[in-house]
Design a protein around this ligand. Structure first.
Ligand code: URA
Length: 238
């Protein structure tokens, strides 16, 4: 993919466009072994070898991160009250990342961040019914009747939900732990579905989207880029 050299280096995070132009003119940049002093020089980031001050530049236009979202962070790029999930990400400021969809302020777990709008749009499109899997702690005991209610598809706020899957992991005296798989992403959907059958979610964590599982090595607030395999798998028939 052809791109101006100064634009590529600025987007990579070397400096502002103005600073990058100066570096180029001073001879800091090599393309395929040649010093290039023209800032509008066209490079192909998939094929050309680009060095800045002797260091390779492995430019990519899009970034895809998996974050283990902690409670207390808003799934947005800006907020006047709370810190945002974007505030947790260091070293990617030049990419203008945004969260793919949202988890509630108090929900933890798998959240993707990217700058690829087309990817986000396809992953979020309601018509595609992508699976999302949540682990929840619940006040009250969920039972087989609830499993059937979830299976049937409930009415929430005048919206007819798709059939969903409730798996009861274990029950204590007054509480239980469950897995809930939904195929939409309505506002507070999991909490509202549990409320509808007379119980209350006290803890919620997303653990999977389609085939993509939250990396168990990521502590709360940690993130990593998706592997090529994870990304291909996720993009497959999006
Ligand atoms: N459902 C909820 O109720 N909250 C979330 O954060 C995600 C799904």
């Amino acid at each position: 993919m052809a791109m101006r050299l100064d634009k590529l280096l600025a987007h990579y995070g070397i400096g502002t466009r103005k600073e990058v132009k100066t570096y180029i003119r001073k001879g800091y940049v090599q393309v395929n072994g040649q010093i290039i002093k023209k800032d509008d020089f066209k490079v192909d980031y998939e094929k050309d070898q680009i060095l800045f001050d002797g260091q390779p530049i492995n430019y990519k236009p899009y970034v895809y991160l998996m974050l283990n979202k902690p409670s207390g962070y808003v799934s947005a790029t800006k907020d006047n009250v709370h810190p945002t999930v974007v505030d947790l990400i260091k070293g990617y400021h030049q990419y203008d990342l945004f969260p793919v969809g949202r988890l509630d302020l108090d929900t933890e777990g798998l959240l993707l961040l990217t700058n690829d709008g087309d990817f986000a749009h396809k992953l979020l499109a309601p018509s595609r019914h992508h699976s999302k899997l949540y682990y929840a702690k619940v006040d009250g005991i969920m039972n087989q009747e609830d499993v059937l209610e979830f299976e049937k598809g409930m009415m929430i706020d005048h919206y007819q939900c798709q059939s969903s899957h409730l798996t009861i992991l274990n029950t204590n005296e007054n509480t239980c732990k469950v897995l809930i798989e939904i195929f939409e992403g309505k506002f507070h959907q999991v909490k509202k579905m549990v409320e509808k059958v007379g119980k209350k979610v006290t803890y919620l964590k997303r653990i999977q989207m389609r085939n993509l599982k939250l990396d168990e090595n990521l502590k709360l607030g940690e993130y990593r880029e998706l592997s090529e395999e994870e990304l291909n798998d996720l993009m497959n028939d999006l």
